[in-house]
Ligand binder design. Structure first.
Ligand SMILES: Nc1ncnc2c1ncn2[C@@H]1O[C@H](COP(=O)(O)OP(=O)(O)OP(=O)(O)O)[C@@H](O)[C@H]1O
Ligand SMILES: [Mg+2]
Length: 282
């Protein structure tokens, strides 16, 4: 079942000479339960895409359908409720509430939703798994960047949303914590059949996802994992594809151990280099 359909999306910021065409005719579908990596160079349009899918901004053209709802057709109030019930966000700037302690920040999306009861046991479990249970009574300004990032992640998961949109959720974390966060995301998506779209600059982390969507200059270049994209743009299986074993937490741990990022490589030929790297790893 497709939980998300992105159809012919364009996003243009600004007017006239200062226009930025951030997304150009982007289309793809996502099945429920898929864990997708979104990769691409800085400024390529990744955050723009997540913002549009999350209904935080509207496309200049095109449609976004989540669970059968065209989100642009929802009234503002309906959209707010739809978002709260269905989507968990992890932003680049964490956006924690400074006046609330860690625990209350995490419980916030659930307490907002009057129809839902707060699953304290689950929140406790999340905070423990993320290593921030001891910090539950602290305020955001008393935490390190990485700790704030983990609070933001716990908050996104607390509601058990159907869709999780994460913008570099491990950007500030050391390799071990990165592996733990990836493990938690995978476990959560498996347990609750959640769909995850995660922006990452870490090519190896991306390889541990079910699918990679690459954005360059506002356009998407999708290829199955482990395939080489040739000069003429046609995807072909890479030699040794499928033997790289990049799934699960253990793979993530090796991923996080510094196989490095290749965010700058996104032109078709770049696939060759990545596939070579896959081979090394396999
Ligand atoms: N609110 C805005 N107004 C005008 N231009 C914007 C706005 N937001 C983003 N842009 C532009 O749109 C393009 C895509 O930006 P976006 O934030 O989506 O990139 P990104 O892929 O997330 O980059 P990064 O990896 O650095 O986070 C960039 O050229 C950016 O300058
Ligand atoms: Mg971004």
């Amino acid at each position: 079942m497709n939980i998300l359909q992105v159809k012919g999306i364009h996003k243009i910021y600004g007017e006239k000479e200062s226009q930025v065409h951030a997304l150009r005719d982007v289309s793809f579908s996502v099945k429920q339960g898929e864990f997708i990596a979104i990769v691409g160079t800085s400024g390529s349009g990744k955050s723009t895409l997540l913002n549009l899918i999350g209904g935080l901004d509207t496309p200049t053209k095109g449609q976004i359908i989540i669970r059968g709802h065209d989100i642009a057709a929802l009234k503002p109030k309906e959209l707010t409720i739809f978002r709260r019930r269905n989507i968990g966000f992890v932003f680049q700037n964490y956006s924690l509430m400074p006046v609330l302690n860690v625990y209350d920040n995490v419980a916030l999306p659930v307490t907002f939703d009057r129809g839902k009861h707060v699953d304290h046991e689950y929140i406790r479990e999340l905070l423990k798994e993320l290593g921030i249970w001891e910090k539950r009574k602290r305020y955001p300004n008393e935490l390190s960047g990485g700790q704030q990032q983990r609070v933001a992640l716990a908050r996104a998961l607390a509601n058990k949303p159907a869709v999780i949109l994460a913008d570099e959720p491990t950007g500030n974390l050391d390799s071990r914590t990165t592996a733990e966060v990836m493990g938690l995301l995978k476990e959560s998506s498996r347990r609750y059949h959640q769909t995850i779209l995660m922006v990452t600059h870490n090519e190896a982390l991306a390889q541990a996802c079910d699918r990679i969507i690459r954005i360059e200059d506002g356009q998407i270049w999708e290829r199955p994992r482990g395939t080489v994209v040739c000069k003429d743009g046609e995807a072909q299986p890479a030699a040794g594809a499928g033997s790289s074993g990049t799934s699960g937490v253990s793979a993530t741990a090796s991923a996080a151990s510094g196989l490095g990022t290749s965010a700058g490589i996104a032109k078709p030929m770049a696939g060759v280099m990545e596939a070579g790297r896959d081979g090394e790893r396999g």
